[in-house]
Ligand binder design. Structure first.
Ligand SMILES: [Zn+2]
Length: 436
């Protein structure tokens, strides 16, 4: 008998004050490290008058240490004439580096020492274990090949004892191959984008009329919000238990995921990183119970650590203990600040549309994009991806019923219509399309 192992690491059940003590020790060590090793952060810390010896609490840290933005890094790239101005170790100590997704502005990079990789693999192993990946699984891993995540996820799955890993790229055009592999090799556990699993399900249904998709029992889904009802549909219609993942691949390779309680996503690195929620307008801590911008200090890292890095993602913190017993904090990602769409005197975000669609029988698990114009519009312009099984004659009627449902739920006029295609960035459907 294999002993039952409810968590991957004892660090996931530490008492809150022990977690906080580790974070304080970690950020103080990082400040010393950056003062010595980082031209980029060292100059910023000296300019702000930071004295690491005067940091006696996490509150002191937040008050003394300036926030960092991606633009600060891009400016430093130009100033230092280097793609890695935040590199704190000699180049020969770097074992892994990779580009961000680069969806806006100049490409940035992150780097890892061997020890950084080992710790990140450990964090990722906690994540996989939390989502139910186990040694007997055949793991179908769809991941953008050039990212550090591609190597780290593979190592982490192997660390928890998974032997057979079917690794593939992650491209909307390759969905037919993924479906074929699912049916032929029968992997039991999938990691893919929300849009990808939806496309795989639609492809399988259009091809063979089947509601099942290979032998998957579970999946980690990433890249977009997923409504609770949409998640239940995956279980009832495809027999797949899904766990959402969100986070910070391009700069950190750090992610949060749901556990079996599905009550927010655990931040698996609570003892190895400092996560803050701030009011994006003032930079001060977000008031308790309100949304805040996620700010990360990955103090475990030595090659390219980040100091109070603004992610531009809005999160809420879940309070109270989780039924799974982990003490790591839980968050829900709401949206990127840049995804705000002004409509009829209000702000609409894609995660709200996902939640409302999820509550509608007709709209559940449909991929969508919102159209944003240079000036505010009186109604929300919503484009839905037409499922291949939907007859042309039915599309207008269905779009009308979805518009009515969403108008009622969002409290503003909505005009929905189906399109045969929606634009992608990487494996993700573009949720907000700017049109003039
Ligand atoms: Zn939990």
């Amino acid at each position: 008998m294999t002993p039952v192992r409810p968590y991957w690491s004892p660090a996931e059940t530490l008492a809150a004050d022990e977690q906080a003590a580790r974070r304080l020790a970690g950020v103080r060590e990082l400040l010393d490290w950056l003062m010595q090793k980082s031209p980029f952060y060292g100059a910023r810390l000296r300019a702000a008058g930071v004295d690491p010896r005067a940091i006696g609490s996490l509150r002191d840290f937040a008050e003394a240490v300036p926030l960092t933005t991606k633009q600060d890094l891009r400016d430093a790239m130009a100033e230092f004439g280097s793609a890695l101005p935040h590199l704190c170790v000699p180049r020969e100590q770097v074992v892994l580096a990779g580009p961000s997704a680069g969806t806006s502005g100049r490409q940035t990079y992150q780097a890892f020492t061997a020890e950084d990789v080992a710790t990140n693999v450990e964090i990722s192993a906690r994540l996989f274990w939390c989502c139910g990946l186990r040694p007997g699984d055949v793991f179908h891993l769809l991941v953008t090949p050039f990212t550090p995540a591609a190597q780290i996820f593979r190592l982490a799955a192997a660390r928890i004892g998974v032997k057979w890993i079917i690794q593939d790229d992650h491209e909307p055009g390759h969905v037919p191959r993924y479906v074929d592999v699912a049916g032929s090799l029968e992997p039991t556990f999938l990691q893919a984008g929300v849009a990808t699993l939806r496309a795989m399900a639609a492809h399988a249904r259009a091809g063979t009329g089947t509601r099942r998709l290979g032998a998957y029992r579970s999946a980690i889904l990433m890249g977009a919000a997923l409504g609770a009802e949409a998640r239940r549909d995956f279980r009832e219609q495809l027999g797949i238990d899904v766990f959402t993942l969100s986070g910070q691949g391009s700069d950190f390779n750090l992610f949060s995921t749901q556990c079996e309680a599905h009550d927010g996503e655990h931040w698996h690195a609570d003892d190895l990183t400092l996560v803050e929620l701030i009011d994006p307008a003032t930079g001060r801590p977000a008031a308790e119970g309100t949304l805040g911008e996620l700010v990360i200090t990955d103090f475990y890292r030595r090659a390219s650590p980040h100091l109070r890095w603004r992610t531009e993602d809005m999160y809420s913190l879940h309070t109270g203990p989780c039924a799974c017993g982990r003490s790591t904090r839980r968050f829900t990602l709401h949206d990127r600040l840049a995804n705000r769409v002004p409509v009829a005197g209000r702000s609409v975000y894609p995660f709200q549309v996902e939640e409302c669609l999820s509550r509608s029988r007709d709209g559940r698990n449909l991929e969508f994009s919102l159209i944003r114009r240079s000036t505010e519009t009186p109604e929300l312009d919503l484009r839905l991806l037409k499922p291949p099984t939907l007859a042309d004659g039915q599309a207008d009627k269905l779009a009308h019923s979805i518009s009515t449902h969403l108008s009622h739920e969002l409290g503003l006029p909505v005009s929905a219509r189906f399109q045969d295609k929606l634009p992608y960035v990487g494996y993700k459907t573009v949720r907000v399309i700017d049109e003039n």
